[in-house]
Design a protein around this ligand. Structure first.
Ligand code: DAH
Length: 339
C-alpha cells in the first residue's frame, strides 16, 4: 500500500511539473483528488487494509494529498504570474507618445449660409419653422395655385411616391401649412430640403435646399417686400449692395418678381464672377396671390402678404466663391474646412 501511494504521489507531482498551462492543472486535480480520483480511491479501498494499519494508511493518504495540493497551488501561482507579466509587457503605455487627436468635422457652407440667413430674419422678428419633405401634391402644387395641368408642374418634375404624395419641389408648400394653422399675422422663414428630377451638373442637383419666407398681416404692401429683401441683401452681402427687382411670374404670387443684387465682387461694373452683368439673381418673390389666401379662408380684402424663396446653395456658392455645386455634396473635409 505504501508503494502504491508513493507511486501515485510521484505520478501526480510529475504530471504537475510537466503541465504546460493553467487549465491542465485542474484536470490533474480532478484525476488525483476528485471524487473518482486515484487518491480518493485508496481511501475507498480502506476496508481491505488491516484495521491496525488503517490510521497509518490514512495519514499517508493525507500527506500525499497535502503535497499534491501544495504543488498544484505553487504551479498555479507560477502560471498566473507568468500570464500577468506577459500581459503587462503587451500593454505597455508609452506616455511620451503624442495623444490621438479627435478629428472634428467642420460646418458645411450650407449650414454657415443658413445660420446667416436665419440670424438676419430672426433679427427682423421672424419665426423659423419646418415642413415635411415628403408632401402631398396638394400642398406642393394645388394649394399654391398650380392646378393639375399647369405648365409649372412640368418645370418642377419630381419623385412621386404615389399619385398624391411626392418629394416636395419647393419649400413654398410650408406657406400652406403655416396659413392652415389659422394664426395671423404670420412672419416666418422655413429652410429645408427640396427635390427635382434634374441631372447633376455644376449648378443643378436632384436635391438641394431653399429658404422660404412668408409674411401675412394687415396693410402689407410691395414696399414692405422691397424694404425687407433689400435689408436682407445688405446684411448678407454688405451694406453697399444694391438690389433690383425684375418682373417675373410665379403662380402663387401676384405681382411676382426676381431680385438681383449688385455684384459684390466688382460692385456692378461687370466681372467674371457676375459674367459681365454686374448683377446676380438671388431670389423669387411676390405678393401672395389672393386666391392662395382664399383657399385658406384668409380674406384678401383684410389681409395681404408677401413671400419669397431663395436657394440656399446659391447663397453659399456666391458667398464663399465656390464655382461648382457638386463640391458641396462630396463631404470632403479638406474642402469643407476652408470656409
Ligand atoms: N418656390 C419658387 C421656386 O422654387 C421660389 C419662390 C418664388 C418662392 C416666389 C416664393 C415666391 O415664395 O414668392 O422656384
Amino acid at each position: 500500500m505504501k508503494e502504491k501511494l508513493s507511486g501515485i504521489l510521484d505520478n501526480a507531482l510529475h504530471q504537475i511539473e510537466e503541465s504546460g498551462e493553467l487549465e491542465k492543472l485542474n484536470e490533474i486535480r480532478v484525476a488525483f483528488l476528485g471524487k473518482k480520483g486515484e487518491l480518493t480511491s485508496v481511501l475507498k479501498s480502506m476496508k481491505d487494509v488491516a484495521p491496525e494499519d488503517r490510521p497509518k494508511v490514512g495519514q499517508l493518504v493525507n500527506e500525499a494529498r497535502t503535497k499534491i495540493e501544495a504543488r498544484l497551488e505553487e504551479k498555479k501561482n507560477a502560471f498566473e504570474k507568468k500570464l500577468r507579466e506577459e500581459k503587462m509587457r503587451q500593454e505597455v503605455i508609452d506616455v511620451t507618445l503624442p495623444g490621438r487627436k479627435k478629428e472634428f468635422g467642420h460646418r458645411h457652407p450650407n449650414t454657415l449660409a443658413l445660420n446667416e440667413v436665419e440670424k438676419i430674419f430672426i433679427g427682423m422678428g421672424y419665426e423659423v419653422v419646418e415642413g415635411p419633405e415628403i408632401e402631398y401634391d396638394y400642398y406642393n402644387f394645388e394649394a399654391l395655385n398650380i392646378p393639375a395641368d399647369h405648365p409649372a408642374k412640368d418645370e418642377q418634375d419630381t419623385f412621386y411616391i404615389n399619385d398624391q404624395i411626392l418629394l416636395r419641389t419647393q419649400t413654398s408648400s410650408v406657406q400652406v401649412h403655416e396659413m392652415e394653422k389659422g394664426k395671423l399675422p404670420i412672419r416666418m422663414i422655413s429652410p429645408g430640403r427640396v427635390f427635382r428630377s434634374d441631372d447633376v451638373d455644376a449648378t443643378h442637383s436632384p436635391s438641394f435646399h431653399q429658404v422660404e419666407g412668408l409674411v401675412i398681416d394687415r396693410h402689407i404692401t410691395f414696399a414692405d417686400l422691397k424694404g425687407t429683401l433689400e435689408q436682407f441683401a445688405k446684411q448678407l452681402f454688405g451694406e453697399e449692395t444694391k438690389v433690383k427687382f425684375r418682373p417675373h411670374h410665379f403662380p402663387f404670387t401676384e405681382p411676382s418678381a426676381e431680385m438681383d443684387v449688385s455684384c459684390f465682387k466688382c460692385g456692378g461694373k461687370g466681372c467674371r464672377f457676375c459674367k459681365g452683368e454686374g448683377w446676380i439673381e438671388i431670389l423669387g418673390c411676390g405678393m401672395v396671390h389672393p386666391h392662395v389666401l382664399e383657399m385658406r379662408d384668409i380674406d384678401p380684402e383684410k389681409y395681404t402678404g408677401f413671400a419669397f424663396g431663395v436657394g440656399l446653395e446659391r447663397i453659399a456658392l456666391l458667398k464663399y466663391e465656390i464655382d461648382d455645386m457638386r463640391l458641396l455634396y462630396e463631404n470632403d473635409i479638406r474642402f469643407l474646412s476652408q470656409f
